[in-house]
Design a protein around this ligand. Sequence first.
Ligand code: 4AD
Ligand code: MG
Length: 439
Amino acid sequence: MQTFIKDLSTEVGEEVTIKGWLNNKRSSGKIAFLEIRDGSGFAQAVAVKEGLPAEVWEAIDKTTQESSVEVTGKVTKHPKQEGVYELQIIPSASSGQASFKIIQLAQEYPISKKDHGPEFLMDNRHLWLRSKKQWAILRIRDTVETAINKYLHSENFIRTDSPIFTPNACEGTTTLFPVPYFDLGTAYLSQSGQLYIEAAIASVGRCYDFGPVFRAEKSATKRHLTEFWMMDAEAAFVEHDENLKIQENLVKAIVKKCLEDCQQEFKILERDVTALRVMVDKPFVRYTYDEAIKKLNKLGSDIKHGEDLGNDDEGLLTKDSDVPVFIEKWPKNIKPFYMKIDPGNSDLVLNDDLIGIEGAGELIGGSQREDDYDLLIERIGHEGLSEKDYEWYLDLRKYGSVPHSGFGIGVERVVRWISGAEHIRECVPFPRTINRLRP
Ligand code: 4AD
Ligand code: MG
């Protein structure tokens, strides 16, 4: 039977078998220290040559980094380190089962301890994933995704999902990826499933989708992927203010869950989580777009009213903040057609961008949606989009239209922030950027 390394603490004094890979080995020729990983964690196995069957020591002696192995030994508590458990490969009087079997002897592994450049590591992403830091990031990503699902269900959202092949744009036509689609012409890879979950709320009230979305964005930054994972949430009868509340509570729920479940991962990543601990108990800051521009100009940015914020602006605006910052009510001219016009100022829309702390950049984009049929037609026309393409979407405003709002959160942006990873390409197992399609 296989025991997982994460469960060794409950097996002290027992003989168990773990199955995994050799991470590292040190040997004096008489005693060997083998670091084994099995996906659930890392543990050291200690083998003493004397007393071991010759073939067991031989296997230990010849095993190489990354060889897949099966190790049987007795679980002991580390003599000095609290919470650390080891496996002693010594034949026990009771069973004599101690063993070390090589499942496959690995060839010389291309990734060594020395520093490799990012291109080399990305070329070997299929192997690099095994390294401790990448393991930790993968686990934080899983925790983020789990926390999102859990929080949304607690707020009565159900998961409905959206198509990936779409006939038209959601977020502007400049970043679409076209795909030839049989006799039907050109399909586009989805930029966001939002429009589809807007339809689904009239069935289920509150829902979300969670999947890959695509942007042919020529931005080679530390925060841009061409394929990234987005969770779009949408809720009937929720207006602008409540929309922001849901976003704030979601982000706090994600961070709380990571603080609870990812201590080991943060340690491996040498991530100081003080800022995360501080932010979960404080209300987020809100600026209107107008206020944000004025503040930025005061801080030395030359951004003009009517322009989108760049990376530097986002950094400047949040550099002294210990909580994420909402920027709400943007000029309608620089935002998509579906956002609801602000009843207080028809040049603005009821939307928000949530800018993270610690250089995280934009984490969420959201808005209340235009629920009036005539106003929506006007916006579609104004953006030069074809009314015909959006016929089905317009239908939603004909049959029981309700005030509704939603938002989309970029999973890799959140993982990058929480894990403290330098670059977003480390926050998805197999990143796609403008210059990377392999492996
Ligand atoms: O702000 P965006 O473009 O919003 C939408 O797509 C809306 N339809 C969402 C909605 O209301 N349902 O994208 C949402 C989030 C951004 O805030 C950012 O976190 C992430 O998606 N994002 C990217 N992440 C990685 N690489 C890119 N190229 C990204 N573009 C956006
Ligand atoms: Mg946005």
